[in-house]
Design a protein around this ligand. Sequence first.
Ligand code: EPS
Length: 391
Amino acid sequence: MLRFLTAGESHGPLLSGILEGMPAGLPISSSDIDKELARRQEGYGSGGRMQIEKDHGRITGGVMNGITTGGPIGLIVENHDWKNWATRDIAPMTVPRPGHADLAGAIKYGYRDLRLALERASARETAMRVAVGAVGKRLLDELGITIGGYVTEIGGQVATFVEPSDYPARFAAAEASDVRCPDPEAAERMREVIRQAKIDKDTLGGVIEVVALGLPPGLGSHVHYDRRLTGRLAGAVCSVPSIKGVEIGPAFANTRWPGTQVHDPIMLDEDGRLTRASNRAGGLEGGMTTGEPLVVRAAMKPISTTLTPITSVDLASGQASQTVYERSDFCATPRAVAVIEAVIALVLADEMLRKLGGNSLDEIRPRLAALRQSRLSDLPMDNEPWQFGYK
Ligand code: EPS
């Protein structure tokens, strides 16, 4: 239902995006987009580029007088750094950085200078994904769904959380932290290891947890592989530069326990609602939402542009060489929280539209109210023997 494209280079004039498939009647303004763009720019451990940029999302189509028309939504984010590149003679780049797209990109596209790979592979592109994702978030917000995220780990420093989880409190605490970590004691340790990485001329990665609250049960589907929400979410999260791993709930920890201790017991409360004693499934069963909080975790590798050179080969001379440093982030994990939220918001907004259909919010709202929920009364059972009936 929802499709989007992005275009633009890291140091070119601007990033552009088109989001197609949003229903009519959704209020949206540049300030909704700028709020998310600012979250992507803030974070302890970011490099010099973020001092240059002040990202602003300009809406160029599909929104008239602050309301979506149902047409494709056009977006632009300018690169302020462009003024430093527009007329500059650019030094050749012939030493590929291990971990970046430089070498594989040049092999694939036959580039005669590695910068062509760098420009499009750069995580600058995620500014546009956050802008597009802000529109997706706006729709979800209108449908009663909240998405928030936080850092759980940086450079081996792990946050601890009290259970049962108070997610809104965690989101709020993360917003107040420059490493986006709700645990103040762990946040201080994270700051310390980032400070040390700067001294050591190195970089650090981490783990991000994003949670969606208020989702109805039954988004996604078990009936076909490409409709399983688990796969759609994993694909979206791993499409973000530097993200090399994803898990739904405590998926890796679940592998260490027997099934009886992993699966979330189903209970019926006094109001006739089917509830869960725990949420180790992370809100997904059979590729569908259960109605419990959706918990997605992303593993982010350390940024591959390091101040300390890494061994490589100069492709122009064929000689062994060391990587050349221009500028980068020391730790981009706090900033990446907004990016992971954005890509998840776009998948979930798409799933909501698949579930509800409708070309305008006026059509969608009553359909939302009529959705089947996890109540016993929503699930009448025949409770009789039956046959497959194939001939
Ligand atoms: C990036 C390198 C840095 C980052 C950039 C991603 O940019 P520059 O080379 O201009 O210093 O700051 O991220 C952004 C520009 C951004 O907006 O997030 C890279 O090589 O991937």
